[in-house]
Design a protein around this ligand. Structure first.
Ligand code: NAG
Ligand code: NAG
Ligand code: NAG
Ligand code: NAG
Length: 509
C-alpha cells in the first residue's frame, strides 16, 4: 500500500485560520482535537517511564511540561487543537485528583501537573508552533488551539458529606452556595439529576445551586479569568446534564470561546436541545450507535444510520458537535474487538462525519482498556510509536479533511448525507458535488471477502474520476451518478475527486 504524502504547496492554503485570542465556534469548526489525559500523557523528563499499572487510581506523573515535550507526536498526526484534563487544584485524595474532576480551589492550579507558569508555557508553545496536517516541515504562523476541561456542576471535598469544611472551597466557601444533600439516584428524573449530588457519602461532590444569582456571576467571573489568564481557546464542559440549561447560556457567553458540553446520554431528543444553550455537545448518541455497529460484524446498520439522521434533523448544528469514538469515561473500541479493520472503519467515520473530530490519546495506538479507570493507560507505554497503523490513518484523515476544507468554502457547513446503506455498508456524502468527500464504511472486519457494491447516485457528477485516497484506486462515476465501490478486506474507502489531487502528493499525484 502506498501511503499518500502531502506537499507543502497544497497545504499552504489550508492555514488561513485566524489567530485571534478568543476562538469562535466558526473558527473551531475546521479544527480537529487530540484529547490529552494530562496525568497519563507524558512526564516532564521524557527519558523516564513512571510506573502506572493498569487501572491505577492516583497520579502517574504526566505534566504540562511533558505535553510540551511531546507536541511533535501530536503534530505528526495533524491535529490543530488539544483538549487537556481540568487544570484547577483538586482535593488531597490522589485517587480523586489525578483525573481533575474533584476541584477544591478554582483559582489555583493542580501542582501535580506543574505550575501556573508551566500551563502558560504550554499555551505559548501551542501558539508559537503551528500544527498542521500532512508532512509539511514548517509553517510558523498557525497557532494550535488549547481547549481546557471545566466543571461547574460540583466542587469536591475530602470530608464525608455531612461534615464538609466549606471554608476551604474556593470561591464557593459557604454551604449556602450548594444544594442540600441528596444523591443522584434516578436518571429518569431530571430534577433529581440537577438538584442532587454525584458521588457518595464518603466521596461527595457537593452540588452547586447554579440557579443562584451569586453562583452564576461567580462562575462567569471565574471562567473569564481562566480563559484570559491561560490564553484558552475553547472549553470542554463536564456533567452538563446535571445543571439546568439556562446556566450554560450564561457560562458559555461569559467564557467568550467555543464550548462543547458532555451530555452523557444516548437519547437524541434529550441531548440535542442542550445545543440551544451552548455552542456544541459531544455526539454521544452517535457514539453509542457507531460503537455497536462497528464493533460487531453481525450487527446491521439500521440503528446507526437512523441515529446519524436523527442527530442531523434534531440538533441545531451538527457541524459544531464533538465527534468521537473513544474518551476517558468509556471502554476503548479495542476493548470490544481487537479487529484492526473495524478500528480503521470507526476512526474514518469519527474523523469525517459532521462536527469537530476528537481522538483520545491511545486510540491511535489501538489501546484496549475497559471502562474507567482501565481506559486511562499511560501513553508512554507505547513509546509514542509514530508508525502505528492508526497513527498513520489519523494523519491521513486530518490531511484529507483539511484538503477538502481548503478546496471548498462550504465543505465544513455542508451537512452530511447518507447516500447509500445496506446491512453492512454505509456511504456518507459531505460537500458540494465536485468537491465532496464520499466516505464508505462497513462492519465486516478482517474476515471480509472482497466484493463490489454499486451505489446509485452518490452525489458526484457523472463521468468524474474519483480516487479512494486510502487504496489509491481510481473509479469513474457512471452516467447516473453511481459508483462501483470495490471492497477489499473490509477496509474503509474515502473517495475524492481526482482533479483536486495533482500537486498534493496523495497517491503520487
Ligand atoms: C424527582 O427528584 C426530586 C429530587 O430528588 C424528588 O423530590 C422528586 O420526588 C422526584 N420525583 C419523582 C417523580 O420521583
Ligand atoms: C437555589 O437557590 C434559589 C435562589 O436562591 C432558591 O430559591 C432555591 O430554593 C435553591 N434551590 C435549592 C434546591 O436549594
Ligand atoms: C482481495 O483483493 C486484494 C487486492 O486486490 C488481494 O490482495 C486479496 O488477495 C484479495 N483477497 C481475497 C480473499 O480474494
Ligand atoms: C486515475 O485517473 C487519472 C485521470 O483519468 C489518470 O491520469 C491516472 O493515471 C489514473 N490512475 C490509475 C492508477 O489508474
Amino acid at each position: 500500500m502506498r501511503f499518500p504524502t502531502i506537499s507543502a504547496i497544497a497545504i499552504a492554503s489550508v492555514f488561513l485560520f485566524d489567530t485571534v485570542l478568543s476562538a469562535t465556534p466558526a473558527e473551531w469548526r475546521g479544527r480537529s482535537i487530540y484529547q490529552v489525559f494530562t496525568d497519563r500523557f507524558a512526564p516532564t523528563d521524557s527519558t523516564t517511564k513512571p510506573s502506572c499499572p493498569s487501572g491505577y487510581g492516583g497520579y502517574c506523573g504526566g505534566t504540562w511540561q511533558g505535553i510540551i515535550s511531546k507536541l511533535d507526536y501530536i503534530q505528526g498526526m495533524g491535529f490543530t487543537a488539544i483538549w487537556i484534563s481540568p487544570v484547577v487544584e483538586q482535593v488531597a485524595d490522589p485517587s480523586r485528583g489525578y483525573h481533575g474532576y474533584s476541584a477544591q480551589d478554582l483559582y489555583s492550579v493542580n501542582t501535580n501537573f506543574g505550575s501556573a507558569d508551566d500551563l502558560k508555557a504550554l499555551a505559548a508553545a501551542l501558539k508559537s508552533r503551528g500544527m498542521y496536517p500532512g508532512l509539511l516541515e514548517s509553517c510558523a504562523d498557525i497557532s494550535t488551539y488549547l481547549m481546557v476541561d471545566v466543571v461547574a456542576n460540583h466542587m469536591a471535598s475530602d470530608d464525608a458529606a455531612e461534615s464538609i469544611d466549606y471554608t476551604i472551597i474556593n470561591p464557593f466557601n459557604d454551604k449556602k452556595y450548594f444544594h442540600d444533600i441528596c444523591w443522584v439516584t434516578d436518571y429518569n428524573n431530571q430534577t433529581n439529576v440537577e438538584l442532587c449530588w454525584l458521588g457518595n457519602d464518603q466521596y461527595p461532590l457537593p452540588d452547586l445551586n447554579t440557579t443562584r444569582t451569586d453562583v452564576r456571576s461567580m462562575f462567569s467571573s471565574w471562567v473569564e479569568y481562566l480563559v484570559s489568564t491561560y490564553s484558552i481557546d475553547g472549553l470542554r464542559v463536564d456533567t452538563v446534564k446535571h445543571v439546568e440549561g439556562p446556566f450554560w447560556s450564561i457560562f458559555n457567553s461569559a467564557s467568550g470561546v467555543y464550548n462543547v458540553g458532555e451530555v452523557a446520554d444516548g437519547n437524541v431528543p434529550y441531548v440535542c436541545p442542550y445545543q440551544n444553550y451552548m455552542d456544541g455537545v459531544l455526539a454521544y448518541p452517535t457514539y453509542y450507535q457507531a460503537t455497536e455497529f462497528f464493533s460487531d460484524t453481525s450487527a446491521t446498520s439500521l440503528n446507526f444510520v437512523n441515529e446519524v439522521k436523527a442527530m442531523n434533523s434534531q440538533c441545531k448544528d451538527t457541524t459544531l458537535l464533538g465527534s468521537f469514538s473513544e474518551n476517558h469515561d468509556q471502554p476503548r473500541f479495542a476493548y470490544y474487538t481487537s479487529d484492526l479493520v473495524l478500528a480503521r472503519n470507526i476512526l474514518v467515520f469519527t474523523m469525517l462525519q459532521d462536527g469537530i473530530p476528537i481522538v483520545y490519546q491511545g486510540q491511535e495506538q489501538h489501546f484496549s482498556g475497559a471502562g474507567d479507570p482501565y481506559d486511562r493507560e499511560a501513553l508512554w507505554t507505547s513509546n509514542y510509536d509514530t508508525s502505528a497503523p492508526l497513527y498513520e490513518l489519523t494523519k491521513q484523515m486530518n490531511a484529507i479533511r483539511s484538503l477538502a476544507i481548503a478546496k471548498s468554502s462550504d465543505y465544513l457547513t455542508w451537512h452530511t448525507q447518507i447516500v447509500y446503506s445496506d446491512a453492512h455498508n454505509v456511504a456518507f456524502r459531505k460537500g458540494t458535488s465536485s468537491y465532496m468527500i464520499l466516505m464508505v464504511v462497513n462492519n465486516l472486519g478482517e474476515q471480509a471477502e472482497n466484493y463490489s457494491v454499486t451505489m446509485p447516485s452518490v452525489g458526484f457528477p457523472a463521468g468524474l474520476t474519483v480516487v479512494d485516497v486510502l487504496s489509491c484506486n481510481n473509479v469513474t462515476v457512471d452516467a447516473n451518478g453511481g459508483l462501483a465501490a470495490a471492497f477489499v478486506g473490509g477496509l474503509p474507502m474515502v473517495y475524492y475527486p481526482y482533479f483536486l489531487l495533482p500537486g498534493t502528493g496523495w497517491c503520487g499525484y
